[in-house]
Ligand binder design. Structure first.
Ligand SMILES: [Zn+2]
Length: 404
């Protein structure tokens, strides 16, 4: 098969991929800065491998019409695993980061070995449902183009991405020093990579939407806790130890609450999911936690939609704090686009988005920037995880952490 590890092949593939409606070969030459001969040769190889196909012809001016090229989205597949305190999500995505199969498992327990067996069983089941095949060593051309490339794993902070190990993720007790990359690779025979859920979510946005790589994008991740991620030039900025964007203890200028870190007004005091659920209980809004935190927040959101003033106030206060943090971060990072997402944001956005826009009013007016909610929904962590692997495998010049 085509060696999609080669830089020029990745560059051509990315150029074609970024035009889902189809792109002429001369445009690929212009945008990739490769020679016409190189693009022609690589395109033929990609087509022979089923990764690229003709997408009709376009007539522009005199001369013969251009043949348009596009990526065959389901030619390769990647698995995404999101280890979240509220659930474990497993998806299989195509090359456009669209989920073609998905399942949600019960949250992580204090037995990581058993949990990873559940994940491996889910991967096997989803793969079978698609007729996907794991390439065996020395295998020739695939009998089917449904090929699994590998696994991306997204998890809360407290991880060593380079080593592929979860060190001490918050809210997932019992998962201490768990080598998730090696463990899932061993049982599936597929390569795997690990990153923070925040970075995965932003990678999912960039990959699935072909966001302009010239843009600086700030992502606000709303889950059990709140985190941020920033990209420039199409790459997520991970920091020296993959800890960039740990903003839980960012002071947001309030003095009414004291934090365990010794300071006042830390963001997490107003935005951690359990804070919202606790406030709902205190205010007499009926939210049951028996089905998990996400369900409790959905109940809070439903109460707000039904006209409960306390429910609206609680979500509004959360979003106000979020907006204040985003205003500070917008000043630090100077983004052109701010995206809010994460597993619990879909439950909060109906009330919360207007509050966030309010808090960002000055920034919106002065920067001309865009603020929007993620379109990836509550599967954003798993879709992002799959995107991490796609990016590592298929984007030119990527050096990804935590690869087995
Ligand atoms: Zn603090």
């Amino acid at each position: 098969m085509t060696d999609i590890g080669a830089f020029n092949e990745k560059l051509v593939l990315q150029t074609i991929r970024s035009a889902p409606q189809g792109i002429g070969q001369s445009d690929v030459v212009r945008l990739s800065h490769l020679s016409r001969q190189a693009v022609s040769l690589i395109t033929r190889r990609l087509m022979a491998d089923g990764l690229v196909e003709q997408a009709g012809r376009r007539i522009s001016g005199p001369g013969k019409p251009h043949t348009l090229l596009r990526v065959v989205a389901d030619a390769r597949l990647a698995i995404g695993v999101h280890l979240d305190p509220a659930h474990i999500a497993v998806v299989i995505c195509d090359l456009a980061a669209r989920p073609v199969a998905r399942t949600t498992l019960a949250p992580p327990t204090e037995d990581p070995r058993a949990d990873l067996e559940r994940v491996a069983a889910a991967i096997a089941e989803l793969s079978r449902s698609l007729g996907a095949s794991v390439p065996a060593p020395g295998e020739g051309e695939p009998s089917t183009h449904r090929r699994l490339l590998g696994i991306g794993i997204a998890a809360p902070a407290g991880l060593d991405a380079d080593a592929g190990i979860l060190r001490d993720p918050p809210w997932i007790p019992g998962w201490r020093d768990v080598p998730v990359v090696d463990a899932l690779s061993a049982v599936t025979g597929l390569p795997a990579t690990l990153d923070k859920d925040t970075n995965a979510a932003l990678t999912g946005e960039i990959w699935s939407r072909h966001l302009e790589t010239s843009q600086t994008v700030l992502y606000m991740y709303v889950g059990h806790g709140v985190g941020s991620a920033v990209s420039g030039g199409g790459r997520v900025h991970r920091g020296g130890t993959t800890q960039a964007g740990e903003i839980g203890h960012l002071p947001i200028g309030r003095a009414d609450q004291h934090c365990i870190c010794g300071r006042h007004g830390c963001l997490c005091l107003y935005t951690d999911a359990h804070v919202l659920v606790g406030a709902a209980h205190d205010a007499g809004v009926e939210v049951s936690e028996s089905s998990g935190t996400t369900a409790a927040l959905e109940a809070l959101s439903a109460a707000a939609a039904a006209g409960s003033a306390p429910a609206r106030d609680i979500i509004g206060s959360h979003a106000g704090a979020l907006g204040e943090a985003m205003r500070i971060l917008a000043g630090v990072h100077d983004p052109q686009r701010i995206i809010i997402g994460g597993p619990t944001w879909p439950a909060l956005r109906d009330v919360g988005e207007a509050e966030v826009r309010d808090a960002l009013g000055d920034w919106l007016a002065s920067s001309g920037g865009v603020v929007e909610s993620s379109h990836l929904g509550d599967d954003v962590g798993a879709i992002g995880a799959a995107s991490l692997f796609l990016e590592q495998e298929l984007a030119p010049g990527t050096v990804a952490p935590g690869t087995a």
